[in-house]
Ligand binder design. Sequence first.
Ligand code: AMP
Length: 393
Amino acid sequence: MAKLTVKDLELKDKKVLLRCDFNVPQDENLNITDDTRIRASLATIKYILNQSPKKLILISHLGRPDGKATAKYSLKPVAQRLKELLGQEVIMLTDCVGETVKKDIESAKETLILLENLRFHPEEEKNDPVFSQSLASLAEVFVNDAFGTAHRAHGSTEGVTHYLKSASGLLLEKEINYLGGALEKPKKPFIVILGGAKVSDKITVIENLLPKADEIIIGGGMCYTFLKAQGQKIGNSKLEKDKIDLARDILAQAKKQKVKISLPIDNLVTDKIGEGSKVEIAGEDIPEGLIGVDIGPKTIDNFCADLKGAQTILWNGPLGIFEIDAFANGTKKVAECISKLKAITIIGGGDTAAAISKFGLEDKMTHVSTGGGASLEFLEGKTLPGIAALTER
Ligand code: AMP
């Protein structure tokens, strides 16, 4: 990669500003319910601490406090969790910019300091240069490890890079290497699995991946617009009427470029979406009044048979409404099938990562992305401002 990475930097006795993604889910008592993102940042934190920096200053956002300091969105629970995971003291300050913060950093007895939620300041999301400069003035070098916000040009992702030498952290570098590697030079055969709610969310991804993939497997809510475009009956399944022509066009383009498109040949259907609703298997055509909520058993076998021949697999979007156990089987079976393969398996962030985590298969995949929106934009071929802004090597 042409950008500086943390390993290129001399960090001994330096004050290092590290942008992490500590945007973790919490319950009503503010207990962290999933600390994956905190654990994902540990490698870079430990690496920097091993270089004997003067101070390691961690910054992050949490939730959407709309520019106001709100106890609900405090990073205090993150400081506590970090302490437990690292087995060392973490000093938590009550703000992220200003003279008091600066003084507190200077006088801190510990090396590791976590600043309060960046989004308590509206200037963060506005990428205000004065705010970015204040953040930059706290340190001598900047490292960005927050892939989840790399698609946003904010003060702490883009703005700050104008004032400090800026490098990627180990997690950000890993994300770029795996997602970028799949896009630039995938080991062939390269099979892409696409699912999720809507075709409209994935059009640019399909267009970007069509010239690179050998096969695109389509399931989830988005497959019914394609099935409709092929002239099949889809009952009351999710349909984007205004995207039928586009789906037909994509199918024709794929044929021309000799890319196989695999769609479900059977479906799990119901007349009501909900926990405990009655399900049955429908063939290619879904009867009137019924809704497709997952791929059927023959489709699972078909998809898995094709996937066995892949060297690289990239998956974005669940193949059914996996949040409801009765509709999760297709996503689960395909996840289990690819977890046993020797292929490079890359899982897009957001709902797909949540599904893989629900099935306990994270460790069996080559890479599970930590960014939902960011991984989608990356796969669309867009330049992510948080990455583009890093210092060139
Ligand atoms: P996305 O964020 O576009 O990847 O969409 C993820 C969402 O798609 C999940 O919440 C799934 O429940 C939903 N989804 C998957 N399959 C279907 C389906 N057959 N009908 C409606 N929604 C679906």
